[in-house]
Design a binder for this molecule. Structure first.
Ligand code: AMP
Ligand code: MG
Length: 424
């Protein structure tokens, strides 16, 4: 922690450091400086390791494939027997099925019937597809023009013994689980899950199942945050709703920091409410910045409480999701041991809507990416963009990212989109 507090101070000493209006890219880079991934490792059966982060390189204990084998159903031949053009007739001396190799020798003028995955006899160097021959009894007629090595998978072509099959830091998806199984390995080391405690703040918040009084609303942020954390593979620790009371908040911050690697709160960081939270944090830990030059989500606090990282997200439901995906996601993945941290795919497409935008802040509008009837993709904005309208996140499949200096966008202009469909 000493290191961390030293670097927080160092960060705050740099020339253009303004904790009250941090450009998006700078805030990201600042956060990245404080992130030390978890190191504790659990050993798991490979099935249970799905969606976990690999904690050590997987080294191949064997050649994959283990033998030269056929990529096709056909005939294993000695290429020297074939003519460049013109036919030859070869004698079929045996069969090689997957898992049941041909045991004898293959002499000049001979060949072996072979199936996909069958071991190629030592004397053969070429596979001719069954569709390209004429078989009759125990012989086949084969035409010319079959290059040496055709349709043959070489031993060790995928992986050689001792080679790194998968690197530490990778997310174990079905492909990786299968790959580990293909090496005959049944257990792997994964990083322990990152523990993230979260709570909502606000006197107006009510829980589901209780009636709403005037001015009261149901707490939705805790549900969104729980979902986002679960998707990222974190252990989500729900600490409930905390009233806007300094004593209760102090206790909640302390409890959350003791229970988790990361503390996330929503609400209570906007003008008016922020001051006592700010004072509290300055007593319990340190604050790196308070406000980001972005919309939605301007009030976003980052710092630490005791030994935990702290993200104070805004209260508005859309701001919660935007700040989470733009800042918290990357940090949590890095802390979880992911290496490299995958970026959300981003690219430019024509925008079919007129967009209102004032220069000065980076905006993350909610968009729908879709192809037209000719298959050309473009984006349109989802109706109203108010930071309380959670439906805009539900309808969207991408963010439309408008840089700080950008003004209004006229329909037809190219804009940057960042895909969230299927990713988040
Ligand atoms: P705050 O940042 O606490 O001033 O909250 C900003 C806005 O977000 C207010 O309209 C709050 O009522 C709303 N809000 C705060 N927390 C939540 C929550 N947990 N669920 C839904 N809306 C919230
Ligand atoms: Mg509030």
């Amino acid at each position: 922690m000493n290191n961390q507090s030293k670097s927080i101070r160092a960060a705050s000493c740099s020339d253009d450091y303004d904790p009250n209006s941090m450009p998006v890219a700078k805030a990201r880079a600042l956060i990245a400086r404080f992130l030390t991934p978890v190191s504790a490792i659990e050993r798991l059966n490979i099935r249970a390791a799905l969606d976990r982060v690999l904690a050590a390189d997987v080294i191949s204990p064997l050649d994959v494939p283990a033998h030269d084998n056929s990529a096709m159903d056909g005939y294993a031949v000695r290429c020297a027997d074939l003519k460049t053009d013109g036919e030859v007739t070869l004698k079929i001396v045996g069969t090689a099925f997957a898992g049941v190799p041909y045991q004898g020798q293959v002499r000049a003028g001979e060949c072996v019937r072979i199936m996909t995955g069958g071991v190629v006899p030592a004397e053969c160097d070429t596979i001719v597809m069954q569709e390209h021959v004429e078989a009759k009894g125990d012989s086949v007629r084969i035409g010319g023009g079959h290059p040496q090595g055709q349709n043959l998978r070489r031993a060790g072509e995928d992986l050689k013994t001792g080679q790194i099959a998968l690197k530490r830091g990778l997310l174990l998806r079905p492909a990786e689980i299968g790959l580990i199984a293909s090496l005959g390995i049944g257990e792997v080391g994964v990083f322990r899950k990152l523990r993230v405690a979260f709570f909502s703040t606000g006197d107006e918040l009510r829980s589901i199942g209780t009636p709403l009084g005037t001015g009261q609303i149901y707490d939705s942020n805790r549900y969104t945050i729980h979902g986002m954390l679960t998707r990222l593979g974190c252990e989500a620790i729900d600490m409930g709703v905390v009233r806007d009371d300094p004593k209760l908040l102090e206790q909640a911050f302390a409890d959350a920091a003791a229970a988790a690697d990361v503390v996330i709160t929503s609400g209570g960081v906007s003008v008016g409410e922020a001051d006592f939270v700010k004072d509290l944090l300055q007593r319990l830990g340190e604050v790196v910045f308070w406000k980001i030059a972005m919309k939605p989500g301007r009030p976003l606090a980052y710092g630490r409480i005791a030994n935990a990282h702290f993200f104070g997200l805004p209260g508005n439901p859309v701001s919660v999701m935007v700040t989470f995906y733009q800042f918290v996601r990357e940090a949590l993945l890095k802390l979880s041991g992911r290496d490299p941290v995958p970026l959300l795919p981003a690219f430019k497409v024509p925008c079919m809507s007129n967009l209102k935008k004032a220069p000065g802040r980076t905006e993350f509008q909610r968009g729908v990416l879709a192809p037209d009837t000719s298959g050309n993709w473009s984006v349109r904005v989802t109706g109203e963009q108010g930071s309380g309208i959670l439906r805009s996140m539900s309808e969207a499949n991408c963010f439309i990212i408008l840089p700080e200096a950008q003004g209004n966008v006229a329909a037809g202009m190219a804009v940057e989109v960042q895909v969230m469909e299927g990713v988040i």
